[in-house]
Design a protein around this ligand. Structure first.
Ligand SMILES: *Cc1c(COP(=O)(O)O)cnc(C)c1O
Length: 273
């Protein structure tokens, strides 16, 4: 990272980030809500560590990963970075209310691996990818042991595609009811991934169905008011998602560019087992 001025690629990154922010603002306006009611999670699976630090420097705080190992590594890296910045701020008498002093918040958006669940729960603000009672029960155990509830979203398969991650929509009310009875979990809402489509509009009916289901859960009175997060929309369709009621979008390639590293997984849903 350069200390004097921006490198060209850094300029590109911040420009793309600003463009995404602007599109979110416009889509939020079309949905009749202020832009600050839509949380942007920057998905770092194709990002270089350097790029993540640049966004942190620019004040961004919410990041998402779909691979456990990478999430843990990057969370550690950023923790160290933020502590360093904080220490420097103290030395330099920096403004403690500045955004750069806020902790980084990680979002797990991919499939959980059994042996790493505890670490992921501790490193994350929110786990978006809980899609079965088996995973919920495992997290419930972790919440009990650490004496702090684990905040989760229920991932729902709203498109009905076979073999796709997510709780099947007909099972959602039942699963929500079960999860709600697990007192070491805090069910904050729902997440969905639209099928890969050529056009953003292809995702609209899927997002509509997910939003209807989300509202049904709310009106059935089976959840707390903190069930209020609807996570849907990626680079190709986040504007449509916001129009259809998303208040959290997960955007990767539109921010970091789509130059995939060779170890990156294809852009697809986590598998279920
Ligand atoms: C990769 C990924 C994203 C971001 O995808 P982009 O198309 O790069 O914006 C969002 N959500 C999930 C679950 C992902 O795996």
């Amino acid at each position: 990272m350069t200390t004097a001025g921006h490198t060209a690629s850094e300029g590109d990154l911040l420009h793309r980030y600003a463009t995404v922010r602007e599109s979110i603002e416009k889509a939020a306006a079309r949905a009749g809500k202020p832009a600050d009611q839509v949380l942007l999670v920057a998905v770092t699976k194709y990002a270089e560590p350097e790029q993540i630090l640049q966004l942190v420097q620019a004040g961004h705080r919410d990041f998402g990963e779909n691979r456990v190992q990478q999430l843990l590594q990057r969370a550690t890296m950023l923790d160290e970075h933020v502590s360093r910045m904080r220490a420097m701020g103290a030395v330099l008498g920096g403004d403690p209310s500045a955004r750069s002093h806020e902790p980084i918040r990680w979002h797990m958006i991919g499939r959980l691996q059994r042996n790493k669940t505890r670490q992921v729960a501790d490193a994350c603000r929110l786990i978006h990818s809980v899609d079965s009672l088996r995973v919920a029960e495992e997290l419930q155990e972790i919440g009990l042991k650490r004496d702090k509830p684990v905040e989760i979203l229920l991932q729902v398969n709203c498109s009905g595609e076979a073999g796709k991650a997510g709780c099947p929509s007909p099972a959602v009310l039942h699963v929500v009811e079960q999860i709600h009875s697990m007192i070491h979990l805090k069910l904050r809402g729902m997440m969905t991934i639209a099928p890969d489509g050529e056009h953003a509009e292809d995702s609209r009916p899927v997002f509509q169905r997910c939003r209807e289901l989300f509202e049904e859960v709310q009106t059935e009175g089976m959840v707390d008011p903190s069930f209020n997060i609807l996570s849907m929309g990626m680079s190709g369709d986040y504007e449509v998602a916001i129009e259809e009621g998303a208040n959290l979008v997960r955007v990767g390639s539109s921010i970091f560019g789509s130059t995939t590293t060779d170890d990156a997984e294809p852009n697809q849903a986590p598998e279920t087992d």
